[in-house]
Design a protein around this ligand. Structure first.
Ligand code: DON
Length: 309
């Protein structure tokens, strides 16, 4: 795969980098607070097999909520749609990603979608396996395959840091266990979920995963089906309706492509039949999305008419 720095992308990165001053690195997971807020990088994986990048595209970051799309794809493949959507809904919330409020007010008491923390925890709870390590192996092998068998693993410090401080996520789990949405040992689930969120890669690997979705689940190198088309479509639809949390509507209006953000500052975006995009810019806006990353996508979308609408 030809991978080279691109002058135009470098210019765009230079133009929007100053925005990082107006953002804030997430520190509610203490280990995430250690990164440099001025970092900004992008990789654009053209399905015609070239990759352009700007900034330090090799720098690794943890996926955080971006991982929710990948665990959803795996669980839909392993368990089927009926099983999954009996326990997790399909509607956007308009609430912050970690909100507990809708769990209590919606009847039946199931999470509204798999992109909020409650829904993602329920999805991770559905990963099949004999024990934690067996479930983890299934997930990481799947992610490695999406990332072209790259040596992807998780950041142990970030995982441990989240595990020790994830009181709100634990509360969501116990609430859902009471209502029959999740089952089994909550501490084991927390360990699996925090490992999942701490899967780390660089923006090239992330762009490559985006390219698999751009190709409706096909491996861009071999043409092999990694994710069945209908499941890739479900994932992309959730990315459009809920991928940028309570900023998803504005993002659909201004950029108009499936995308998923994480509090680490990563964004995976998909231009159907054209590109997978991976971005890392850890300074976040007030809704938890990469502040400069959003601007970068907006500029590219305007210039190249990315919108699917
Ligand atoms: O569960 C959490 O709070 C984090 N591991 C992931 C949250 C996240 O990335 C939300 N993104 N905008």
């Amino acid at each position: 795969m030809k991978c080279e720095t691109n002058e135009h992308l470098e210019e765009l990165v230079a133009q929007v980098r100053s925005l990082t001053k107006h953002g804030k690195v997430a520190d509610y997971i203490p280990a995430l607070g250690k990164v440099n807020g001025e970092d900004l990088s992008i990789a654009l994986y053209d399905i015609k097999k070239e990759c352009l990048y700007a900034g330090d595209y090799q720098k690794k970051f943890t996926l955080q909520s971006i991982s929710k799309v990948l665990s959803l794809a795996l669980v839909l493949m392993e368990r089927g749609k009926d099983y999954v959507f009996e326990k997790v809904g399909m509607e956007p919330t308009g609430d912050p990603f970690n909100s507990i409020s809708k769990l209590e007010t919606s009847i039946p008491s199931k999470p509204l979608n798999p992109m909020i923390n409650a829904g993602a925890l329920a999805v991770t709870n559905m990963i099949p396996g004999y024990d934690l390590e067996d479930k983890w192996d299934k997930l990481i092998i799947f992610v490695q395959k999406l990332a072209s068998d790259a040596e992807v693993d998780y950041d142990k410090e970030v995982a441990q840091s989240e595990y020790e401080t994830a009181h709100l996520n634990r509360a969501l789990c116990y609430f859902m266990k009471q209502h029959g949405i999740i089952e089994g040992d909550i501490e084991e689930l927390m360990e699996l979920y925090t490992r999942q969120c701490s899967i780390e890669m660089n923006c090239f690997d992330l762009a490559r995963i985006g390219a698999v979705f751009a190709l409706n689940g096909q491996d861009p190198d071999t043409g092999e089906t990694i994710i069945p088309k209908d499941i890739a479509r479900i994932c992309k639809t959730f990315m459009v309706t809920c991928g940028m949390y309570d900023a998803s509507g504005e993002f659909a209006m201004k950029v108009g492509i499936p995308a998923k953000s994480g509090v680490s500052g990563g964004i995976m975006a998909v231009v159907p039949e054209k590109y997978g995009i991976g971005i890392f810019g850890p300074a976040l806006d007030e809704k938890g999305n990469s502040i400069a990353g959003l601007k970068l996508l907006q500029s590219l979308a305007n210039e190249y008419d990315f919108s699917i609408f």
